[in-house]
Structures are given as structure tokens and as C-alpha cells.
Design a protein around this ligand. Sequence first.
Ligand code: GTP
Ligand code: MG
Length: 579
Amino acid sequence: MSLLRLYKRFRWYDWVFFAFICGLTVLQVFCSMKNVDYMQGLTEAIVTLDQDAIWWNGGMMVAVAAGQFGCQVVIAILASSMTASLATRLREEVYERVSAYGLSEIDRFSTASLITRTSNDIENVQMSTLLVFRMLFSAPVTAIWAICKIQATSMELTWVAIVAVLIIVLALSAMMFFVLPKFKISQKIIDRLNQVTREGISGVRVVRAYNAEQYQNDKFEKANDDLMNLNLYTSRIMQLMNPLMTIVLDGASLGIYAVGAHLMKSLAIDYATIVAFSSLCIQIIFAFMMLLMLFVMMPRAMVCARRVDEVLRLKPSIVDPEEEVLPDPAIQGEIVFDHVSFAYEGGAHPVIADVNFAAKQGQTIAFIGETGSGKTSLVNLVARLYDVTEGAVLVDGVNVKDMKQATLRKKIGFVPQKGNLFAGTVRENIGFGLDEMDEDTMRKAAETACASEFIEKMPEGYESHIAAGGTNVSGGQRQRLCIARACAIDPEIFVFDDSFSALDFKTDKAVRENLAKAYPNATKLIVAQRVGTIMDADLILVLSEGKVVGQGTHRELLATCETYRDIALSQLSKEELGL
Ligand code: GTP
Ligand code: MG
């Protein structure tokens, strides 16, 4: 079923191609049947030493063989182009769908599995579809045509063919019995292998630092061995096909000639008929074998198709509203959390419980709290990376669910806790997601983020290369580039999720002052661990286990919130806090 659903992606002209393939298949089978007729004629001519007939039949054999060859070439070209474009379309669609997924859907599949599904699974679907196009139609047509032809010849010989086909069917069914269950689990093992490989490569620094190479290698080897054993098992069994085919084909020929010789003695049949019969018999056996091979390949293709289809059918939970509510242009940079609660899918407890606050344009709102208190989860809700479980998040007076995601995200300069850069130049990273960025915007962004000094010291300045993930710059440099990237879109709202943690105190202060000067009208949400970073905020929310345990300015909280006072006193002296 899933496979058929995927086939819906074929365009109308693909079906025209398919009709051509069917037509050519019939033509090709016709040629091969004609070939047998001429072969019979040729044999007769050789026996009777009729020169003219030898030339005529021989010539016709070459001609129909050429016709058959031509048909096969065109079928191959049409079928490959159909399946290759189907695969391209599927990859495109899967990629688009995955890009539209919220983080919770990605978590559900796991990244490694999504990669296998986009690459290996689609390729499997492509290969088996190709096989289907070339075999599913041609094998039965050949078999039926050939069976009709041999029936007329002799019952004794037909029995030989029936026995040979039965042996093939039985042997392949036994084979299927052993390999099918293995094929079904192979994709899961490939997922696992991908996951271990990804983890090992992206975490290579930690692996080295902890001397965990052996541990990681063992994990990898386990997955690799599992895959090898499975492949060995299936390919050993599948490889039995070849010798089996040879035995059955040779056995059938032998049987036909033995029975034929017997029949010839009683003058019931001539030699040429036996030659023709043997050739038809081989074609029938081949056709059955191809059909059964299809049955062996299809279950795996179906597993792959189901996995691809699952991705395509899972609707992203975060979707644009049918009718967008446009915010009042007069309102900018306003954020309201109205009794917001949030729980991760499958998570037992809400990680955000009943949070209320309001931010006006240009204000700075800060969030502080122990690790795991829900700060990241909370700011993710502003950019609608997850949807709230209860309550509502309003940006510029509109519920974020009623706004197009693009409209919402254009307003937000988001600096995630785990700053990620992309392979490319510094310029491309700062202008990430922008159609174009002029020189001034880029320089202003870099200067605000205190990134210009180190960028200019790099060998090629703004054209210097950044490695994927930003692994060739320091943690603090990466954070500053991420801040510059947020500045470059000149947002109404900044979200800094612990974005100053890797900066020294001086730079931390300078960046915040620059931000206040360069983007005075932008509302800033700052998550921080350091009290010093957020002391001047207009509103500070103290979080503990997802609940707001204190809300107010630095002064107010020092007086009223014990948790805040504890955090503050653990970092600064009483004198510094003015107590
Ligand atoms: P720090 O960044 O360490 O200061 O913590 P935080 O305050 O930003 O906490 P965060 O919002 O990341 O996490 C809050 C709670 O949610 C923690 O108990 C996490 O275990 C949990 N959590 C975070 N991310 C996920 C997730 O993707 N899935 C699930 N199920 N739980 C998560
Ligand atoms: Mg966090």
C-alpha cells in the first residue's frame, strides 16, 4: 500500500512512458518467440542441408534478436528515467517535509533514521521499482506465451518443463522463507549503524578526551557486525540461486533431449522441435525465476516504502494557520505569556507551568534559574519551535499559532543555547537566511556582537571559511558570530539563550551595551546564569522546576525572592550587590 502511495508521485507522462514500456515488452516477447520459430526452421534446414533456408532463417534470427535488443534498450532507458525522477521527487518531498517538522517530530524519528530514510530507503524503492517495471509485466507475458506454444508440441515434454518449474518455485519459496524476515529488519540495523557513526564522528573530541575510542569502536563494531552477519546470511542464500539455476536449466535440457530422443525413435517428433522446445522451456523457467525474485525483493522495498511514507504522512504539528491574523503594525516587540504550560511529547511532567509575563517594546526580560529549570524550553516557545500545551504566547498582540511561521520568525533574532554555524564563509553565516545583506548591515551586526575584531584578524576577513558546525572557531567566537547573525536580520525581538556564557565579563558587558545602543527598540529576552549579565533587566523571572518563583527587578528580587538572593550571593559579594 505504501508503495502504491509513493507511486502516486508519478506524473502523467510517466504513465505514458509506462504504456510504452508495456507495449515494448510485448514486442520484445514477440521477438523472442519468433526467434524460437526461426531457430526451429534453421535446425530443420541444417538437418536437410537446405542452403537457402539456412540463410533465410539465420538472417531472420539476427533481425529479431536486433529487434529484441532495441526494445530492451528503450525499456531500460524509459524505466530508469521514470524511477530516477521518482526517487528525486521523493527525496525532495521528504526533505521538505522534514524541514517543516517541529523538533518533536524529528525527535520521534531520530535524525539518523531520517537520513537513512532519505537516502538508503528511497534508493531501495527506486531499485525495486525499476525491477518491477522490467519484470513484473514481461515475465508473465513470456511465461504464458511460451506455455501456449509448447502445449501444442507434446505432453511428455511438457511434463519435463512442469517439473523444472516446480523445482524452481519450491526452492525459491524455501529461500524466501529464510531471507524475508531478515530483509525486514535490515533497515533498522542500518539506522543503528548510521546513528553510531554520526555520534562517533560529531562527538570525536569528547571521545578522544575521555579515551573512549575503544568504547565507541565496540559500539560501532557491534552495529557493523550485525549488518555484516545479516548481509552474509541473506547473500549466501541468494547466491545459491545461481548454481540452482544452472542445475535446473541443465537438468531440464537433459530431460528434454532424453525424452525427445525417446519420442524421435517412435517418430512422434523431429529434432528441430526438440531444440525449439528446449529453448522455450528455458524461457519459461527464467520467467518464473524472475517473478519469484520479485517476490523476494518486494517485501524489502515495501518496508522501505513504508518508512518513507511514514515520513511523508506525518503532518508537522507546527503548521501555519489557514488564515493569518496580521499584527497591528503599530505594535512592535511585544511579548505576552498568558498562563503558559508546556510538556515535551512523552515527558511525564510539564517543564513549564503557568508562566505569566508581558514584555513591552525595547524592554529587556531576563530568565535565571538552575540548570534544567526550563529556561530554554520557555524561550523556544516564543519562536514557536514547540507549541504550548496550555495557555497562549502572544507576539505583537497575536497568538503565535495564528501567525505564519515566516512572519513570526522574521521578527525574532534567535540565538540558541547550542550555537550552530554552517559550512561557508563568515559573511554567509552572518547573512544566513537573508536574501541579500549589504556591507553596512554586516559590519554593524559584527561590531554589535564584538565579532569584528577577531573576524578582521582572520586571514581572509569576512570571506574566511567556517567549518560545518563552526568547529574551526572558539566557543566564544562562535557565540559572537551567532549573535551577529541574529543582529543582521534587524529583529523586533532578540532571544539570547545563554548566549553570553562563553564570553568574558568585559565582552559580555560590551555586547550588551552595543545591543542597547544599536537596537534600542528591540525587545530582548536573555537567559543567563550570571547575575551580572541580567542585573539591569527591566524584568527578571526566576525559574525553578518550570515554575516562576520570583518576578521583578534585580532590587525587588533581592528583597523578596530567596532563590534569587541565593543565586546572587553565590556569584557576587554583599558589597557588590549593595546589601
Ligand atoms: P540549562 O540550559 O541547563 O540551564 O537548562 P534549561 O533551564 O534551559 O532547561 P531546559 O529548558 O533545557 O530543560 C527543562 C527540562 O526539560 C529538563 O528537565 C529537561 O530534561 C527537559 N527537556 C529538555 N529538552 C527536552 C527534549 O527535547 N525532550 C524531552 N522529553 N525533555 C526535554
Ligand atoms: Mg538551556
